[in-house]
Design a protein around this ligand. Structure first.
Ligand code: ZN
Length: 684
């Protein structure tokens, strides 16, 4: 592993922070923490921490010896000094005399001794850092070190490889007991330069930031070299079908199967991220893949990301897709049974009566293709996939030099159901559409953009489609929530299909579709050019049909229901003079919504339409509004408010109606008017 320390970079960081009142120790601590945190083979999504012992003044100007240790919620790769809260060290050292200290009391002790009361919680490994005497202490869950620590004979292998330079600490869950045990191992031989924590990771320490960091890179490199020199390829390739299905073909089925069924047509859905690479394929295509997956996670805190380990599917044959969903369902059921048994057996060891987390897999290995990470958000799904890649590397390397034997299930359970880990997860409250994917056509227009914003605000990842791909991308960026914008010509069935395929590629499927794109042309009906009417039907009717067909196809593969919403317009029920070209296809689209509602209620796909009128948009721009108001002898305000309420109706009002229809779980075949009240257009 490359040593990234550069004297000039370190001094630059020290100078930059000196201007902000940060001392040299903490500046250098920040510098090497970032070096460690930027390397996924050392630190991945929270797996690691660092500290420095220095002095600091409190508000009164009294100087204290403090431990600045990584705080929770900070990413080591981008950490700032504020992410290394200072804790008075003397009270922490006093606690070592205790026989036991509960996790809650440990947090109390740490928080009570913070210099800054608003600082984040110090790491749960803070006491371990405190009990070691060295100025700088670095801790990572290095993938290469795990290849040595996740062995049946890990102690012997560690001693062979590192000799007396590294202490060896048997597995204990992080917290007070581990802190004491690690300090005792160190004190047996204070000449060690670090500690290997069995089934967990590595600590190195030193008197300078550079020394602790150099040692980390040195011992990680020793482990890497050992695997490279002595490892033999541990797998035999399994037979695969002649022609494999594609990831896109199985993604909606898999996504539907891993949604947590809460009953009565309600689901906690997840999005999926697909990953593949030569290293992933080498692993998932091995005959041993199920055996490896069953052995567990490479370091225990991965359990909060991928539970007890990955689920493994059989390779999907292209010519047997019809039966593949049943195969996935059976594998998911087996995973859920196994997880439930793991929970029940371990929960029964004491009388704490914990509540079981949802038992659905977070990582799925698919021979022939690669792997899928699943998560309630795209970010979480990506983390599951990142973690999966490092798990594969650690498991393969461990197996290549011995036998991969990671942390046991009871130990894993203690960590997964550890009160402090549970507290970390409790913070994230789901929104109504968390885990759902909403797709909106005409997404760069006033109504489409308002719809995208409304659904993203309620937790959905939004696929914004528009003829203008750049504007669609801009809307997606504005609404946030890891939404995407794509160019799509809704009148071209190939373009529509390709857009849905991209939605599946990005998120694994689709749950809510708002078919909104439309345009109006004015012409008297008796003299109308046929070409104009046909053009309007292409956009205002056939495009809706093509969008709906794709939506239903994917929703039926997911088998978790769905929502299909149409922008039908007031013209569908209340014709306006010269608006025949618009009203005729819109009337057909209103009928279309009812036809879909009728035929797909049994699939739990709800289908509704919104009749909006007189909304400022591309269809009704300011110049048109002024002309029409003038033609009626009205002011713009009176024209726009020409309804029962006497108030202008906005794109946001239309978006709220779509949102309402998506939220109303027992509403289908509904038409909602958003026109400020128009008796002639009222539904009867
Ligand atoms: Zn750790």
């Amino acid at each position: 592993m490359d040593n990234l320390w550069r004297d000039e970079d370190a001094e630059h960081v020290v100078e930059a922070y000196a201007q902000k009142g940060v001392n040299r120790d903490l500046a250098l601590r920040t510098y090497t923490t970032r070096l460690l945190g930027g390397e996924p083979r050392l630190v991945l999504h929270g797996g690691g921490n660092t500290s420095v012992k220095t002095t600091m003044q409190d508000l009164l100007g009294d100087t204290y010896e403090v431990l600045c240790v990584k705080g929770s919620g900070w990413d080591m790769g981008t950490i700032e000094p504020a992410g290394l809260p200072a804790v008075k060290i003397a009270p922490l050292l006093k606690s070592r005399k205790f026989e036991k200290l509960s996790d809650e009391d440990m947090v109390t002790l740490l928080r009570a001794n913070l210099i800054e009361i608003s600082a984040p919680n110090p790491s749960v490994e803070a006491l371990l850092h405190a009990f070691l005497p060295h100025k700088f202490v670095d801790h990572t869950h290095s993938t290469a070190i795990l290849a040595i620590a996740d062995q049946a004979e890990s102690r012997a292998m560690s001693e062979d490889l590192f000799g007396k330079k590294m202490g060896f600490v048997p597995y204990i869950m992080p917290g007070f007991a581990l802190a004491k045990a690690a300090a005792e191992v160190f004190e047996q031989d204070p000449s060690v330069e670090g500690l290997i924590l069995d089934k967990h990771g590595i600590f190195t320490f030193g008197e300078t930031a550079k020394q602790a960091y150099d040692r980390m890179i040195h011992y990680v490199t020793l482990a890497e070299d050992h695997v490279r020199r002595n490892g033999r390829h541990p797998f035999t390739p399994a037979a695969l079908p002649k022609t494999l299905a594609t990831p896109g073909e199985i993604a909606p089925m898999l996504r539907g199967a891993v949604a947590f069924d809460r009953g009565e047509g309600r689901y906690d859905r997840m999005v999926s991220v697909f990953r593949t690479s030569p290293a992933i394929l080498d692993f998932v295509n091995a005959a041993e893949v199920e055996d490896m997956a069953a052995r567990g996670v490479s370091t225990p805190d991965l359990s909060i990301r991928i539970k007890t380990g990955p689920m493994v599917l059989p390779a999907p044959a292209a010519d047997d897709l019809a039966s593949y969903r049943a195969v996935i369902d059976a594998r998911v059921a087996a995973f859920v049974n196994d997880y439930t048994r793991y929970f029940q057996e371990n929960d029964a060891r004491d009388d704490l009566k914990r509540i079981m987390l949802d038992p659905m897999p977070r990582l799925t290995l698919v021979p022939g293709l690669g792997m899928f990470g699943h998560g309630r958000t795209l970010k979480d799904a990506g983390i599951a996939a990142d973690v999966g890649e490092m798990w594969i590397e650690a498991a393969r390397d461990a197996e290549s030099v011995g036998r991969f034997q990671p942390v046991s299930r009871p130990d894993l359970f203690d960590l997964e159901y550890w009160s402090l880990e549970q507290a970390k997860l409790a913070g994230a409250r789901p929104k109504p559409f968390t885990g759902q994917v909403a797709l909106v056509t005409g997404g760069a227009g006033a109504i489409g953009a308002a719809v995208a914003e409304a659904f993203a605000a309620e937790g959905a990842h939004v696929v914004v489609l528009d003829l203008d791909g750049e504007r669609a991308a801009a809307v997606a960026k504005t609404v946030g929530n890891q939404s995407i914008g794509l160019a799509c010509d809704v009148t071209d069935p190939m373009s529509v299909r390709a857009s849905f395929e991209k939605a599946v590629e990005a998120y694994g499927g689709v749950d809510i579709v708002v078919s909104n794109a439309g345009a109006a042309w004015e012409s008297p009906i008796a003299t109308m050019d046929d070409a104009l009417l046909r053009k309007s039907f292409e956009l205002n009717f056939f495009a809706h049909q093509s969008v709906a067909q794709n939506a239903v196809r994917i929703m039926k593969e997911q088998k978790t229901g769905g929502v299909l919403l149409f922008n039908a317009s007031k013209q569908a029920v209340n014709p306006g003079a010269k608006f025949g070209a618009y009203g005729l296809p819109k009337a057909a689209t209103l009928f279309l919504s009812r036809q879909y509602a009728l035929e797909h209620g049994a699939d739990h796909i709800r289908v509704n339409a919104v009749n909006a009128d007189r909304i400022r948009s591309g269809l009704l721009n300011d110049a048109m509004i002024e002309n029409r108001a003038a033609a009626r002898g009205l002011s713009v305000k009176d024209y726009m408010g020409g309804n029962l309420l006497g108030l202008e109706v906005t794109a946001d009002d239309v978006a709220r109606a779509f949102l309402h229809q998506a939220l109303a779980e027992r509403t289908t075949a509904d038409v909602t008017t958003v026109d400020g009240g128009n008796i002639a257009a009222a539904m009867r």
